[in-house]
Design a protein around this ligand. Structure first.
Ligand code: ZN
Length: 109
């Protein structure tokens, strides 16, 4: 069985997630404001990833948390920047998500 993917800004479908999350059916960023529950369940992110299909949602949300994306608006606002600043997925055994994040040489789990 093919392993499900953890979504990162390097994924070819990142732009689809990013666009939909910022769009009218989700956070709907406008000059007047935006929608977000500011809750860690991240319902918009979860629903979009589920619709897109093929992603390990729990592991992806854990990765987003470690990139400062603790709620839907933070996923939209922080994850791509964290990636640009060097946050990376690494496979690590014994980790529930088989991953760790490398930040500036420091390996955190
Ligand atoms: Zn929020």
């Amino acid at each position: 069985m093919r392993k499900k993917t953890i979504m990162t800004p390097r994924n070819r479908r990142w732009k689809e997630l990013d666009t939909r999350l910022a769009g009218p059916k989700a956070c709907n960023f406008t000059q007047k404001g935006f929608h977000c529950s500011h809750g860690s369940r991240r319902p918009f992110t979860r629903a979009i990833l589920r619709e897109m299909g093929g992603f390990d949602i729990a592991a992806t949300l854990e990765f987003f948390t470690q990139c400062g994306g603790g709620c839907d608006c933070e996923v939209a606002l922080n994850v791509a920047r964290a990636w640009a600043n060097g946050h990376r997925l690494q496979r690590a055994e014994g980790n529930p998500y088989e991953m760790a994040i490398v930040v500036g040489g420091y390996i955190g789990t």
